[in-house]
Ligand binder design. Sequence first.
Ligand SMILES: Nc1nc2c(ncn2[C@@H]2O[C@H](COP(=O)(O)OP(=O)(O)OP(=O)(O)O)[C@@H](O)[C@H]2O)c(=O)[nH]1
Ligand SMILES: [Mg+2]
Ligand SMILES: [Zn+2]
Length: 198
Amino acid sequence: MLAFNFVSSPGAGKTSLLVRAVSDLKQSRPVAVIEGDQQTSNDAERIRATGVPAIQINTGKGCHLDAAMVGEAYGRLAPLRGGLLFIENVGNLVCPAAFDLGEACKIVVFSTTEGEDKPLKYPDMFAASALMLINKIDLAPVLDFDLAQTIEYARRVNPKIEVLTISAKTGEGFSAFYAWIRKQADKMRAGVLGAVQG
Ligand SMILES: Nc1nc2c(ncn2[C@@H]2O[C@H](COP(=O)(O)OP(=O)(O)OP(=O)(O)O)[C@@H](O)[C@H]2O)c(=O)[nH]1
Ligand SMILES: [Mg+2]
Ligand SMILES: [Zn+2]
């Protein structure tokens, strides 16, 4: 099983992009989602509406997921052998960077409305992530969003971070994102990335 940990500030579009991604990816392999929020089951309900299983974790006063919470939630899912597990962390650009949930890698979702300087202000999250998905690219023209500046800042804190631009609203960039996921699955099979035994 290949697991990804999606991290971002609140509202960057993690659930929106997961709704689109699981709807497409469930055709070809088993997929499940673990959702983390302080309160509500809204995000798990949005995923379940696609027909994909989702477990909601509520952290209450807590501001991140930890491996024990994910282990407990994973135990409530049907076996996912050969499949994909998407973990949506609590919307928080700070401390989820410090917690390993057993994922192959972290994916930081950064949206065009947040301001180009966020990778410099919250460097740990960008340093901890293998991929930066720049979401809400459909809004870039009305925001005077500077894509090159954002990427330059992100690579200043993590020279190896990969970058893709997407729009969860229009679907732009998702085929490149799926190709990136396939590449990670190939790496896992080749033993370069850690697989979680399911
Ligand atoms: N224009 C536009 N809006 C988007 C896009 N992706 C998400 N949104 C909107 O952004 C808002 C937040 O989206 P969510 O998917 O709930 O964000 P999230 O990161 O899951 O939020 P939390 O779980 O609360 O941290 C919603 O109003 C979405 O409709 C996008 O690509 N383009
Ligand atoms: Mg969400
Ligand atoms: Zn925290």
